[in-house]
Design a protein around this ligand. Structure first.
Ligand code: HEC
Length: 211
């Protein structure tokens, strides 16, 4: 029994960067970045703008819209699942959250909406590709601002050509590493982890292919 459990944990560790209990979503690594990337743009729900009273850049601010254990009764869940009307969020021109992101948020609320952080395991930089490794990082941490039809700062990280432009001018690596001379990204949020940055750098070192 114990051996079987250990095998499951190892298998999880190989495919994901964070150890997870079954049904336990990691707030700091999986939920907070979705809100920070998709809801805290200037004029929206950050510590200065607080549209509708919401600052969605912190745990406390997000919790105001959540009924722990009851995702369907939670206002934040209700606005991200609405497909039309003024309260459907994020509003145009920003794109809707993906089904996967909505599920992550629902599971997190269902699990008690805890402010939990998951322990990082060994960083796996084998088999790094754009679609399998780098794009999921951009989708979670960046593309609420840099995807969709009106990407902020004219930086479009939703497709290969847009990403390639930021590589060629040095701004992608400069911004995620918080190098001087570049705007620190993700804007208004924590720096990506060293592991996430090494995955991006590994993909670049392998030729930055559209793979
Ligand atoms: C909350 C919105 C927001 C998020 C999230 C965000 N950005 Fe940005 N980003 C901006 C805005 C606005 C600009 C343009 C103004 C500026 O440069 O600060 C920008 C500029 C940039 C630039 C150009 C920087 C330069 O110095 O020329 C790059 C590259 C970039 N972002 C990459 C990213 C990456 C990669 C992520 C995710 C890891 C990310 N951004 C997350 C809003 C965001």
């Amino acid at each position: 029994m114990a051996a079987a459990a250990a095998v499951v944990l190892l298998a999880t560790a190989c495919t994901r960067e964070y150890i997870q209990d079954v049904n336990d979503v990691c707030f700091q690594q999986e939920v907070l970045p979705i809100f920070q990337s998709n809801c805290t743009q200037s004029g929206c729900h950050n510590s200065n703008s607080r549209e509708a009273g919401y600052d969605l850049s912190t745990y406390e601010g997000i919790l105001r819209g959540v009924e722990p254990g009851k995702f369907k009764q939670s206002e934040l869940y209700s606005v991200i699942t609405k497909t039309f009307g003024e309260s459907a969020m994020p509003p145009s021109p920003y794109k809707r959250l993906s089904d996967e992101q909505i599920t992550t948020i629902a599971l997190w609320i269902d699990g008690g909406a805890k402010n939990n952080s998951c322990q990082a395991v060994v960083c796996d930089v084998t088999n790094v590709t754009l679609s399998g490794t780098v794009m999921p990082i951009f989708e979670t941490y960046c593309n609420g601002c840099h995807g969709g039809s009106a990407p902020l700062g004219n930086v479009d990280l939703g497709n290969y050509n847009g990403i390639k432009l930021t590589l060629d001018n040095g701004s992608l690596v400069g911004s995620v590493k918080h190098s001087s001379g570049y705007s620190a990204m993700p804007q208004g949020a924590n720096k990506l982890t060293d592991c996430q940055i090494s995955k991006i750098e590994t993909w670049i070192a392998l030729g930055a292919k559209n793979d």
